[in-house]
Design a binder for this molecule. Structure first.
Ligand code: CO
Length: 291
């Protein structure tokens, strides 16, 4: 017996949030939603046509115990860290960063004509990897394959696979899938994530209806969490649809969370704060840069 289709079980409209040094963004889910999205911790959608909403940026801040995934749709973000990495994340690019044991970095959106727009997703690390060596994966838009189907669907594959095309982000313990899906008006789409994985969709533009018990369309800006089951099936509205579809294997480990640091126990958070104060937070001077 195949698993029944996955239904949308929760919807998140996104809360206006002030983050960094004063960036206006919309937060889809965060620490109030643990463990619903396990292994995913947070999803922010930032950007605006008004530079005042984003130019303050995200100046120097630490991370430990997580991966941060920045995906730019429009505009550019400059980044740099205390370990000597620096660069620009431009439209269509992905930065998939493993903070591991600790990194201190900044992420500064650049003034853009028109709209700046992007996402940051936090992926939790299993306990055994929280103190691992930091690693960067910087992928330009040309390194992210796009599958075009006969029906006119366009699917960018960042991680996981679609239509036998595998994304460039591989070898992670939660085995993530990260797709950017564009459907023409009334276009149909199906993906069958592994049994037991957590799956959510964030509607970027247009709207889509997902098969299952909740027939209401998922509108632009909404994040839909799917329940247990098999395939996710979508049908675009007459406006077409664009959504991020993300899945991953739940870690089912305790979560202790303090701002940009996510560990398993309170004493690990206390230790991180102590190390930040004492200046011995950074354990690995040179992160691995993976191409
Ligand atoms: Co950061």
């Amino acid at each position: 017996m195949p698993d029944p289709v996955r239904s949308v079980v929760r919807r998140f409209p996104g809360l206006p949030t002030l983050e960094g040094a004063g960036v206006r963004l919309r937060r889809s889910f965060s620490n109030n939603e643990v463990p619903l999205f396990d292994p995913f911790l947070l999803l922010d959608r930032f950007g605006s046509s008004n530079p005042e909403d984003y130019l303050a940026g995200f100046p120097w801040h630490p991370h430990r115990g997580i991966e941060t995934v920045t995906y730019m749709l429009d505009g550019q973000v400059e980044h740099g860290d205390t370990l000597g990495n620096s660069g620009v994340i431009a439209a269509g690019d992905i930065q998939w960063m493993n903070s591991g044991s600790g990194i201190i970095h900044q992420e500064m959106p650049k003034r853009t004509e028109g709209t700046l727009s992007g996402f940051q997703l936090w992926v939790n690390l299993p306990a055994a990897q929280k103190m691992s060596t930091p690693a960067y994966r910087g992928l330009s838009s040309t390194e992210i394959p796009e599958v075009t189907t006969d029906e006119g669907n366009r699917v960018k594959v960042v991680a996981g696979s679609f239509d036998r095309v595998e994304g460039p982000v591989r070898g992670l313990s939660v085995d993530p899938t990260y797709l950017d899906v564009r459907l023409p008006p009334h276009g149909r789409f199906e993906l069958d994530p592994p049994h037991g994985f957590t799956v959510f969709a964030h509607e970027v533009d247009g709207s889509a209806t997902f098969d299952g018990s909740d027939p209401r369309p998922v509108e632009a800006g909404e994040t839909a969490l799917f329940g247990a089951g098999g395939a996710v099936r979508a049908r675009a509205a007459d406006t077409g649809a664009r959504f991020l579809l993300v899945s991953g294997r739940p870690l089912r480990e305790p979560v202790a969370w303090y701002g940009p640091i996510v560990m398993n126990r309170q004493d690990e958070l206390a230790q991180a704060v102590r190390e930040l104060r004492n200046g011995d937070f950074i354990k690995h001077r040179r992160p691995i840069v993976e191409e």
